[in-house]
Write a protein that binds this ligand. Structure first.
Ligand SMILES: [Zn+2]
Ligand SMILES: [Zn+2]
Length: 99
């Protein structure tokens, strides 16, 4: 006996929080910051839906959901205290060294 599971988990934008808040990481189109629902579908019918925890970016062009802040570039480390420092800083906020 076979058991067919035709379904899956989808994400659907529920509400646009900020239109054009960023760019799609895949196609470069304008992406919106949205609140989304996770939707469980069985046989293409939504059977369960619950809200996502955090807002996500959503591309209207390729329908991709992705986190609002993509991976940061390699973090800069203070060469004196070895802590991670925002690359925008000119001085280490921990030890005050010139970066
Ligand atoms: Zn896209
Ligand atoms: Zn430091």
């Amino acid at each position: 006996m076979f058991f067919f599971f035709v379904g899956g988990l989808e994400q659907q934008a529920r509400q646009v929080l900020k239109s054009g808040a960023g760019r799609c990481i895949a196609c470069g189109s304008r992406a919106d910051l949205v609140e989304y629902d996770k939707v469980l579908k069985l046989f293409f019918v939504p059977v369960w839906r619950w809200p996502g925890k955090q807002p996500l970016m959503h591309c209207n062009n390729c329908n991709l959901f992705f986190p609002q802040s993509p991976e940061k570039e390699a973090a800069l480390r203070c060469q004196f205290c070895a802590r991670e420092v925002d690359p925008a800083f000119r001085f280490c906020p921990f030890c005050g060294s010139n970066l």
